[in-house]
Design a protein around this ligand. Structure first.
Ligand code: P6P
Length: 337
């Protein structure tokens, strides 16, 4: 008798994936479970952040007598702690750390993956109850197993990622991750403390009606970008315009909504900041991998984000990502003579 469980947990899902791939060692499944565990701990703190004033603000001592850390530092420590003591990761790069953190112990040196994180993106929104998130990227090492991970392991092109994902701490807490086999979303069920498969095989609609950009920077954008943004606002039977403008100021929330409903998110370069604001390695690469696996596109305005060769850990890039049809419209404006 086969019992088909209706609701699969993240663990059951990753184990099922291993059954489908008998040669899988389980390291990637273990890595995803580790990330999911750390995110549960972050979720607890994020959900009570509004109470921090009662429990003591960052730098103070809370009622438990512990030093209250800034939430993004706390989040970083959760991911470092779980992965450093796991068996699947040789080291991490993080927005919160100036340089890579190589775990350099016998078990970690034999692990075949490295991870990059934005532990808590959009954390400035937390004190006004806006959804925020964790973003992660996973690479197979290129350095020799048995030895410590190296810088080259982290500075690989995004098209070499083996997995990428994010956790959105919003009206519910969701973990979404992509491998070459597709994109799946898991919603945290607080009653059992498990992520449960709620969005199997996520695909990004080819067209959408939402565009996300910070209009406050409009006059600092390049002419072709301004033309596209203006086109989004015009009545146009060919592309279903005008579009709706939705910009939360929290990338995980904006890109997640556009992934599910269709839309385009833009953080272009400006005259002040030609490289834009967003980081290539742990914000743009992971989302580009996820959205492309779901059928969308992601560029820096010139080339595919996943084909950019990184040169430094915290480099920034202009970023355009979303529904294939909308990205093609944008590209027609960017290449217009
Ligand atoms: P701006 C949050 O600080 C963040 O890194 C992203 O989550 C978000 O999309 C972007 O910055 C918002 O930046 O300049 O529009 O406020």
């Amino acid at each position: 008798m086969i019992i088909n469980r209706r609701i699969q947990t993240l663990d059951e899902f990753t184990i099922q994936q291993m059954r489908d791939f008998p040669h899988a060692t389980g390291e990637l499944a273990g890595l995803l479970r580790d990330i999911g565990l750390a995110a549960k701990r972050v979720n607890v703190e994020v959900n009570k952040a509004g109470l921090v004033d009662i429990l003591g603000d960052a730098g103070s001592i809370n009622v438990q007598g512990e030093e209250v850390k800034k939430l993004d530092v706390y989040a970083n420590n959760q991911f470092v702690g779980v992965l450093q003591h796991g068996i699947s990761c040789a080291g991490i790069g993080s927005e919160e750390l100036d340089d890579i953190l190589v775990f350099d112990d016998p078990v970690s040196n034999n692990s075949k993956y490295v991870c990059l994180f934005d532990p808590l993106d959009g954390s400035s929104n937390i004190d006004v109850n806006v959804s925020i998130g964790t973003i992660f990227s996973v690479f197979r090492r290129v350095s020799e197993l048995g030895k410590p991970a190296t810088q080259e392991d982290f500075l690989q092109q995004g098209n070499k990622q083996v997995a990428a994902g994010y956790v959105i701490y919003g009206s519910s807490t969701m973990l979404v991750y992509a491998t070459r086999r597709g994109v799946n979303g898991f919603t945290l069920d607080p009653s059992i403390g498990e992520y449960t498969l709620s969005h199997p095989n996520i695909t990004c609609p080819d067209k959408g009606k939402m565009y996300s950009v910070n209009h406050g920077n409009f006059f600092q954008y390049d002419e072709p970008v301004k033309k596209y943004i203006t086109a989004c606002q015009k009545k146009d039977k060919t592309n279903g315009g005008p579009y709706t403008q939705r910009y939360i100021g929290s990338m995980v929330a904006d890109v997640h909504r556009n992934l599910i409903k269709g839309g385009i998110f833009m953080y272009p370069g400006t005259t002040d900041k030609p490289k834009g604001k967003l980081r290539l390695l742990y914000e743009c690469n992971p989302f580009a991998f996820i959205v492309e696996r779901a059928g969308g596109l992601a560029t820096n305005g010139k080339i595919r984000i996943l084909d950019v060769q990184p040169t430094e850990l915290h480099q920034r890039t202009p970023f355009f990502i979303g529904s294939k049809g909308m990205m093609e419209e944008l590209e027609s404006h960017l290449t217009e003579k």
